[in-house]
Design a binder for this molecule. Sequence first.
Ligand SMILES: *Cc1c(COP(=O)(O)O)cnc(C)c1O
Length: 525
Amino acid sequence: MSAETMETKAALRRLPAVDQLLQAPTVVAAAAGLPRPLVADAVRVAIDNARRAILAGAAAPEQAELEEAAAEQVRALRRKLLVPVINATGVVLHTNLGRAPLSAASLRAIEAVAAGYSNLEYEVDAGRRGSRHVHGEALLVRLTGAEAAMVVNNNAAAVLLVLSAVAQGREVIISRGEMIEIGGAFRIPEVMAQSGCILREVGTTNRTHLRDYEEAIGENTAAILKVHPSNYRVVGFTASVSTRELAALAHKRGLLLIEDLGSGVLVPTERYGLAHEPTVQETVAAGADLVTFSGDKLLGGPQAGIIVGRKELVERCRRHPLARAVRVDKLTLAALQATLQHYLDGTVEQIPIYRMLACTADELRRRAESVRARVLERLAAGRKAEAGRMPAAGAGERSPGAGELFDIQVVSTVSTVGGGSLPGEGQPSAAVAVTFRAAPDAVARAAPAPEDAAAAPAATAGAGRKSVPVSVDALAAALRRQLPPIIGRIEDNALLLDLRAVDPGQDELLADGLARALEAMTCTS
Ligand SMILES: *Cc1c(COP(=O)(O)O)cnc(C)c1O
């Protein structure tokens, strides 16, 4: 047996057992609250990786290295479960980050209903089976002026149900300018096809006139569908027909007007310095027979699809077999009712997204300044501690943030509403911006000349340490791997942490996370 294979065998034998690695403090910390069998699987993966590396000729890993690899596997496991994140993207309604956070009252309502039994499908007065489709109706009717309302799982389901219930097998007219696709591959023409109605497209991408609709009406026409273009905007030479005009035409010809509002807002958006978004009340008043919208966009509530409109038509939706397939659950209904109540109580500012949208740029800048100050403080404290351990390095004397590989500034940004609402509309916001002084490769390669040493002390201090690639992408990735993950955005080679959609209660968590990531990237020994 060659010396090499004996060495390999010895290295393999020295690999710790799963149980042993499970006791390592870093692994224990990473595994807090996670199911043990999954943690053990993750640790096993780390050991298997080490084994494969040894067989491929690598040296046996240090115990600390292996522990860190195992801890990282465990952290990766947690990141694949549903966990809270900090939204520093500057997009308030970020569909990928769960859209609208719920108000405290909504959370309490969920708890009250979910912890026990409820009258979900029970008529308490009559003492008999009831329908879940009536909950929230009184609030929605009062708020929107519609005759009736029902709630389903999401707005995509609402559109599908409405079209299936009132237009199956018949023609529905839609403008070519409104044949949209929104996130998650929801395409209006495909939903229409799925509902069994026949799509009749009219007009052009940028211009559709009333006469286009008029000329398309035939024997088999059931409805006109108007769709909010949501996530895109046609600018320039454009024309579309208002709800009022379409309603008048539809009713004159014995048709229905269905409007998919997408976001579905109940308050004037201009109050927040944004363009006017047609409200649900306005759309109902303008004559739409059925209106659909989301619960978790500008309404600020839970994921839901809301249908409001004429009583007889909502009744048809309730009776349609699809209603069962797209039915809403009791947690959603509880949260939605509480969210709707804020509008009736005049406590809209208790809905988190409206608190965020109401924040002034000055306020956000002040918060960004204190986040930046805390990051610099942390970094300075970290360096001091390090300098204490290595007195010769003298790193503790540098002023905080000065002469680093990176630069932390507070910058003015433009945050957006998101969620397919108000495309192209922004609000002035503020962010903590991190840029790196030099391209990572240049920093890694350039051994600073003595006269440059003052200009790049961090690079000097880094000499002899493990070189870690420093770039905005690497920093963004490091922030995403934290707990809670911090999601920023990259703009012009800077990593921006926009404060608009960050809960003020999480500012310190954000600062500490950023300090930790910067420290790990630039100072690891
Ligand atoms: C967002 C949106 C939908 C889908 O709503 P979900 O609640 O996400 O299902 C449908 N139509 C329009 C116009 C939208 O903006």
